[in-house]
Design a protein around this ligand. Structure first.
Ligand SMILES: *Cc1c(COP(=O)(O)O)cnc(C)c1O
Length: 385
């Protein structure tokens, strides 16, 4: 008796992300490409990796791209190639994924946290000069959720203080700031191919993108143990090489990326329209000069403390999967306790952490699913104060 009911309920569930639907449309091409790698017996740093570097650099309007094992390494190696090390400070937003800051720690340098702009969730450029010390060597803006940070202002401040600007472009491949692609706006950028990212591999992968020939060459040495040529090593590096299976998969997916981004934008637009009259929330705020790629569609749940969590639980009970990115700002993470930050030290980020909620968004999402999310959200908001 219960079985048909279960099926009905399952049918209206909306997942947060569905990678299966994407794979279904690519299965034959992907399988043939993976088979080709197996037949070639060339597994690490080969023709697929080189072709991907070439195509990805072009895609980002940049001169060079260096294929790496993951996005975190891309940030770490970009910083290392800029000479960041012990004693140096790097300004990073506190409202981001932890890897933005651990990439700095990995080099023996110190991440110095900065607050965000409440309208965009991105680094507040005015914070840079507040956090500046004689040790500051770089600033790492994050294009959070797929929306470019305010790069013109950030670059101007950085130029004044001779800071390197390294973009954390893990979430924003294809985004544009004043018609320029993210990844080409600083000295270097890190991209992630984690499976759930807009351009996701079937495993880990990453890329450092830069216009500097010198940085690119340095990154190529650093990803291969620091070796320049075979068995000649002048500095310690990493083992951070992209494998050919991932590169082959990514080459296929890169050809579809613009279509997927267009679908993400259309879904975001639909959410915006349907949510326009819903009280107690805010929808994404996109400056006129920026093109958002909606890695995540993130709203705020306004109201009393804990309301976001209650809304999220209600949505879950209605079959709607959502996520909070990120529920704890980095300055309050145990890993950074040594810096002694207390609650209320970065109020904008702390409020964002308590209020943000990302709704289901992936290219294959249907209009019916979007409508269901919005109806469920309206219900959850009514039942939650
Ligand atoms: C995913 C992500 C990273 C790390 O990328 P990995 O490929 O998982 O190492 C870094 N920064 C941000 C903002 C991310 O979203």
């Amino acid at each position: 008796m219960n079985a048909p009911k279960e099926t009905t309920k399952d049918a209206v569930k909306v997942p947060f992300i569905d990678l299966r639907a994407q794979y279904a449309g690519l299965r034959q091409e992907i399988r043939a490409a993976i088979d080709g790698v197996l037949e070639s017996q060339h597994f690490v740093l080969g023709p697929h990796g080189e072709a991907l570097e070439h195509d990805l650099a072009a895609y980002c309007d940049a001169k060079y791209a260096v294929a790496l094992a993951n996005g975190t390494d891309a940030l770490t190696i970009a910083l290392a190639a800029c000479g960041i090390g012990p004693g140096d400070e790097v300004i990073v937003p506190t409202f981001t994924f932890v890897a933005t800051a651990t990439a700095v720690v990995r080099l023996g340098a110190r991440p110095v946290f900065a607050d965000i702009d409440p309208a965009t969730f991105n680094l507040d450029p005015a914070e840079i000069e507040r956090r500046l010390t004689p040790q500051t060597k770089a600033v790492m803006p994050v294009h959070l959720y797929g929306l470019p940070a305010e790069m013109e202002t950030i670059n101007a401040i950085a130029a004044r203080h001779r800071l390197y600007v390294i973009e954390d472009n893990a979430q924003a491949i294809g985004a544009r700031y004043k018609s320029a692609r993210t990844g080409s706006l600083g000295i270097a950028a890190g991209i992630s191919f984690y499976p759930t990212k807009n351009l996701g591999a079937y495993g880990d992968g990453g890329m450092m993108v830069t216009n500097s020939e010198k940085l690119a060459a340095h990154a190529r040495r650093l990803r291969d143990h620091g070796q320049s040529g075979k068995y000649h090593c002048a500095e310690p590096g990493w083992n951070s090489r992209l494998d050919e299976i991932q590169a082959a998969v990514l080459r296929i997916k890169l050809q579809r990326l613009d279509d997927w981004t267009a679908a993400r934008r259309a879904h975001a637009q639909r959410y915006n329209e349907l949510l326009a009259g819903v009280p107690g929330i805010t929808t994404p705020n996109v400056p006129a000069h920026s093109e958002h790629v909606y890695h995540l569609y993130t709203i705020r749940i306004l109201g009393e403390s804990g309301r976001r969590d209650r809304v999220q639980q209600q949505l879950a009970s209605l079959g709607i999967s959502t996520s909070a990115y990120y529920p704890t700002p980095l300055h309050l993470q145990p890993v950074f306790a040594e810096y002694g930050h207390k609650p209320d030290s970065f109020p904008v980020s702390e409020q964002a952490s308590a209020q943000v909620l990302s709704l289901p968004l992936f290219p294959e999402l249907t209009n019916a699913q979007i409508e269901r999310v919005v109806e469920s959200l309206a219900t959850a908001l009514k039942e939650t104060t």
